[in-house]
Design a binder for this molecule. Structure first.
Ligand SMILES: NC(=O)c1ccc[n+]([C@@H]2O[C@H](COP(=O)([O-])OP(=O)(O)OC[C@H]3O[C@@H](n4cnc5c(N)ncnc54)[C@H](O)[C@@H]3O)[C@@H](O)[C@H]2O)c1
Length: 352
């Protein structure tokens, strides 16, 4: 089969990574790059592909089968609209957009243009996350009682040299980082019907939060807690524990704990704890720790393989625009709860 012709729009931090992955993948070919910043032309020269500052011109000249939209969140909807009008399938980086109105616009224009939308919540392509979902779904833990998440790391001082990372709206770990945890929680444990959150900016004193404590109620009746800080020298972030991104120091600790009526699971070391003898249960009885084997694989590469199959209409998007809009709604609900001091029911919960 001929490789799919793919282009990347937005050649910043993650856009360059997508371009590298496309170039290395046998199912696709990189046919062009686009960025409103003409200084990014040098990146295209490095890749040896044409560079455009206009999305329309890129599509007209290169006729890609699909594009990766890796521009800033506020521009996702406008760029996706251009692609939809020209029948080009899109992989949109997460979050789908900055607001629910923009996300809805993406849903509608994609439907009108008959294009496929895959949203880059790439952790769902991680075999560790997929195995965990399978264990919970198959009842290996019994009925899910709750989940506890720790996301703690220290962002370096120069990270905050970029102005928007210190300012609301847009900056802060809730929308930048915790949307990953919230999307994974929906994928693993089902929809969340209510959140209550407190945030703090006490460490750095910026307008954006540096720490958050979030209480979650799942539709299933399960409970969840999430304690997060980007100002804590700690080994318990998803990034550091899974080693998913080789740029992070890997700590091999656990960061999520799932509690069920039959067993508990520590993630990502995939340690399943249960009673050694199921007929003898209780706090004084011996427990055993089973290691669940999972073969590792790069989730961004797996996401790209999936995108190529979506373009070929062999698969439907694992995370479509409607699904990703629910994860955005959840992150916005966390922010609203922190702002108002009240519990919030996320928009679209269960429906939409
Ligand atoms: N999946 C992940 O783990 C992950 C990691 C980082 C970033 N992201 C997401 O990827 C997106 C980009 O983030 P980043 O950190 O690479 O940003 P960035 O600021 O480094 O790069 C964005 C680029 O898009 C360009 N751009 C902006 N508007 C444009 C437009 N209308 N047309 C063409 N180019 C345009 C900018 O000039 C810039 O070069 C964001 O949505 C972000 O949330 C996801």
């Amino acid at each position: 089969m001929k490789p799919e012709r793919l282009a990347v729009i937005g050649v910043g931090l993650i856009g360059v990574r997508h371009a590298e992955l496309i170039r290395a993948h046998e199912m696709c070919a990189l046919v062009g790059l686009c960025d409103v910043d003409p200084n990014r032309r040098a990146v295209a020269e490095r890749f040896g592909v044409p560079f455009y500052t206009s999305v329309e011109e890129l599509i007209e000249r290169e006729r890609p089968a699909g594009v990766v939209i890796a521009t800033s969140n506020d521009t996702h909807a406008a760029v996706a609209e251009i692609c939809a009008r020209r029948s080009v399938d899109v992989l949109i980086e997460k979050p789908i957009a900055s607001t629910l109105e923009q996300a809805q616009r993406i849903v509608e224009t994609a439907q009108a243009g008959g294009i496929q939308v895959l949203v880059g919540h790439h952790r769902r392509h991680n075999p560790l996350i997929q195995k965990t979902r399978e264990l919970i779904g198959d009842g290996a833990l019994g009925r899910l009682i709750g989940v506890s998440i720790l996301w703690a790391l220290l962002k370096p001082d120069d990270y905050f040299d970029v102005g928007w990372r210190r300012e609301q709206p847009g900056g802060g770990p809730v929308l930048i980082n915790l949307i990953h945890e919230l999307d994974s929680l929906r994928f693993l444990c089902g929809e969340i019907e209510e959140v209550y959150a407190r945030t703090s900016s006490a460490v750095r004193g910026f307008a954006v939060e540096d720490s958050a404590s979030i209480s979650l109620h799942f539709l299933s009746g399960a409970l969840g807690t999430l304690l997060a800080s980007d100002a804590a020298p700690a080994p318990w972030s998803y990034e550091a524990t899974t080693g998913e991104n080789p740029a992070y120091f890997r700590t091999h600790e656990n960061c999520y704990t799932f509690l069920g009526t039959a067993a508990s699971l520590a993630f990502p070391r995939m340690e399943l704890w249960r009673y050694a003898d199921s007929s003898r249960q209780g706090w004084k009885e011996p427990m055993e720790r089973l290691a669940v084997e999972v073969a590792g694989a790069d989730p961004l590469t797996r996401q790209l393989t999936h995108f190529c199959r979506v373009i070929r209409r062999e698969e439907t998007p694992l995370v479509d625009a409607q699904d990703a809009t629910k994860s955005l709604a959840l992150a916005l609900a966390v922010q609203e709860s922190a702002r108002t001091g009240l519990p919030v029911v996320p928009a679209l919960v269960g429906g939409g």
